[in-house]
Design a protein around this ligand. Structure first.
Ligand SMILES: [Zn+2]
Length: 365
């Protein structure tokens, strides 16, 4: 399949391509239907396809659209892989079953939002909600600044944010905004106060497909941070030196950028909690888990945050004129997907390299 054809301009088209490819490849398919409909009235679902034996002891998970809108990228990688005979043969020869999870957050994918329909950032939502949740005090200071009453923001608002960044520094500003918060249900990067639909559904997926695995690898596909087209491989496990060493042994090298970690400050991501991969430790405790988030760059970070602020403002102002709605959705798409064949080729090339590395890694004692 050519790279261009693997990607789609709507969730409905992406879903159709994925289901078609998985069916043609004879994969085991299961769809978990979402309670709401999509932007065009289409069915929304977390679709899961297993390529290989359900009894395989080596399992490699490739997932997309944890942050809905980022699925325009991740789905393309999955569709390409499902058509990729050389890749499929390599996994089979290595005794590795591959589990594709298409659209962890289908609602956000369809509506070009980062969050779920509950306004939850799915990658901040995997907490033990019976325990006290982390408190993000710095977010309290920026919440009102980020989401002013009018959009586009006034010169006064822009000056206030610039002054805030000036005094706090860029890294602290990024952390305040993006590390997640559980206090403002209508705010940005809200981690929720209970498990979201996607959280509960992913756990079902792992309970169904993850129980035979003795070794489990995961590549979760994201966009929005770092230089355009460059895939940053971010360590996505508990802060455990053995897991980090394994992740680096598998995914460093081959000309790829080195695996980074937000535990030691080497990643472009802030230190986060409540991450999706926590579910693996809960639901597949029998497996040795090795995980990586592939984070592809798009735009400079302030442009990315500007798009998220605009989209969040729109969420709070559904009465906004149609032209403004369309402009903000275009801004979101541009912030999380680069619509050029050059970028798409960069995405697929790096994902594919990491996939072959995962099969080798799963076969390294
Ligand atoms: Zn993401």
């Amino acid at each position: 399949m050519n790279t261009h054809a693997a990607f789609s301009a709507s969730y409905a088209a992406a879903r159709a391509k994925f289901l078609e490819a998985a069916t043609a490849a004879g994969m085991t398919l299961r769809s978990y239907e979402h309670p709401l409909k999509g932007r065009d009235g289409e069915t929304l679902a977390m679709d899961v396809a297993l390529d290989g034996s359900p009894d395989a002891e080596k399992l490699f998970v490739i997932s997309s659209a944890c942050h809905g809108v980022e699925g325009y990228c991740g789905s393309g990688v999955q569709v390409y892989a499902a058509h990729d005979a050389e890749w499929r043969a390599q996994a089979r020869a290595g005794g590795v079953a591959v589990l594709y999870i298409h659209a962890l957050n289908p609602h956000g994918f369809s509506h070009a939002r980062r969050t779920t329909h509950e306004n939850v950032d799915l990658n901040r939502n995997f907490h033990d909600f019976s325990k006290p949740l982390p408190v993000n005090e710095p977010y309290r200071d920026v919440h009102a600044l980020l989401l002013p009453a009018q959009w586009p923001p006034t010169a006064e608002n822009q000056a206030a944010i610039a002054a805030h960044i000036e005094t706090q520094g860029m890294a602290r500003y990024q952390a305040a905004v993006s590390q997640g918060q559980h206090e403002f249900a209508d705010g940005m990067f809200f981690g929720g106060t209970e498990p979201s639909w996607s959280n509960r559904t992913l756990r079902q997926v792992l309970q169904t497909f993850g129980q035979s695995a003795r070794r489990l690898a995961w590549m979760d596909l994201h966009t929005g941070l770092g230089p355009s087209g460059v895939g940053e491989r971010i360590f996505a496990c508990k802060d455990d030196p053995q897991a980090l060493a394994r992740t680096r042994a598998w995914w460093d090298g081959g000309g790829a950028t080195p695996v980074t970690s937000f535990y030691d400050g080497s990643s472009s991501s802030a230190l986060l909690t409540g991450l999706l991969w926590s579910a693996v430790y809960d639901e597949c405790p029998q497996a040795e888990y090795t995980g990586m988030a592939m984070e592809y760059g798009t735009l400079p970070i302030l442009d990315m945050i500007a798009a998220l602020r605009a989209d969040h403002w729109l969420y709070k102002h559904p009465e906004a004129p149609a032209a403004q709605h369309a402009a903000i959705k275009r801004q979101m798409m541009n912030a999380f997907y680069v619509d050029t064949d050059e970028w798409r080729t960069q995405i697929v090339t790096q994902a594919r390299q990491a996939m072959f590395q995962a099969v080798d890694g799963l076969n390294t004692p």
